[in-house]
Design a binder for this molecule. Structure first.
Ligand code: PLP
Length: 254
């Protein structure tokens, strides 16, 4: 276990250094960027080791798997859990009850359910709107690959901003996986431009967060304005098991 902690700590600190370097290179304050360590499909002991290594924000993709870990690591003070994967409507309550931020709000229908549960739980859930900037069929999020269609997104965004139980704080994307991190740059840029477009349309809302960048391309994401990067394998290593809690196939494929 101590070896595991040491190796995670080393990779975590290396990643923080790389983020700081990328921030400085683009005249940004490293303090404005938060590192979310993605622990999906990692057993609880790896998550425990990550916490002991100093990790403060954990990202999970599947609500039930995340809640299982949250419950078994209860009492770990100062740790924040983010939901970063596609959430089926019937899992909305788990997200409202257990997560500090949902990165992956991808439909008005899900927003409405989250809003209802948030009202029942007497909380306001911070969310990011997920956009599919690469236009891949397999990806979640509103299709924002073609700038000519951005205005068609406005009615959904307006409806979501009106919901009292959720609070939009920015945008998220997962671009096509390329072989070179530079291939992601135009997708990150597109998300930033979309954010600027939405901010101009809805100036009273809060658009500060841009969640983008993974192990493959987080430095490029920081250069393009990321405020949250989501890094898994580069810090906690290869995923140890396939998603194994009793959920249906559609969640696993998300
Ligand atoms: C798995 C995942 C990540 C992390 O990917 P790594 O390649 O392990 O860094 C980030 N974001 C989302 C949405 C993911 O599903």
């Amino acid at each position: 276990m101590t070896e595991l902690i040491a190796s995670i700590r080393e990779r975590y600190e290396y990643t923080l250094d790389q983020i700081a370097e990328a921030a400085q290179k683009s005249n940004r304050n490293p303090q404005d960027i938060r590192l979310v360590v993605v622990t999906k499909s990692q057993p609880v002991d790896v998550v425990q080791a990550a916490i002991e290594a100093g990790v403060r924000i954990l990202g999970e993709n599947y609500p039930e798997e995340g809640v299982t870990k949250i419950n078994s690591l209860r009492g770990q003070s100062g740790v924040e859990w983010h939901m970063i994967g596609h959430v089926q409507s019937r899992k909305a309550r788990l997200v409202v009850d257990h997560f500090a931020l949902l990165h992956s709000l991808d439909s008005l229908k899900l927003a409405q359910r989250l809003d209802r549960f948030a009202a029942e739980s007497n909380r306001i859930l911070p969310v990011l709107l997920e956009f599919n900037v690469g236009g891949e069929e397999s990806k979640s999020g509103w299709d924002a690959s073609d700038e000519a269609r951005w205005d068609a997104l406005l009615p959904d965004v307006a409806s979501i901003l009106d919901l009292p139980g959720i609070r939009v704080t920015g945008l998220m994307t997962m671009p096509p996986l390329g072989t070179d991190p530079e291939e992601s740059r135009r997708f990150f840029l597109r998300l930033r431009l979309l954010r600027d477009h939405l901010a101009a349309q809805f100036p009273k809302a809060d658009w500060r967060e841009l969640s983008m960048g993974t192990s493959a391309d987080y430095e490029v994401a920081v250069e393009e304005g990321a405020t949250l990067v989501r890094v898994g394998t580069a810090i906690v290593g290869a995923r140890k098991y396939k998603h194994s809690s009793p959920v249906d196939k559609s969640e696993r494929e998300a």
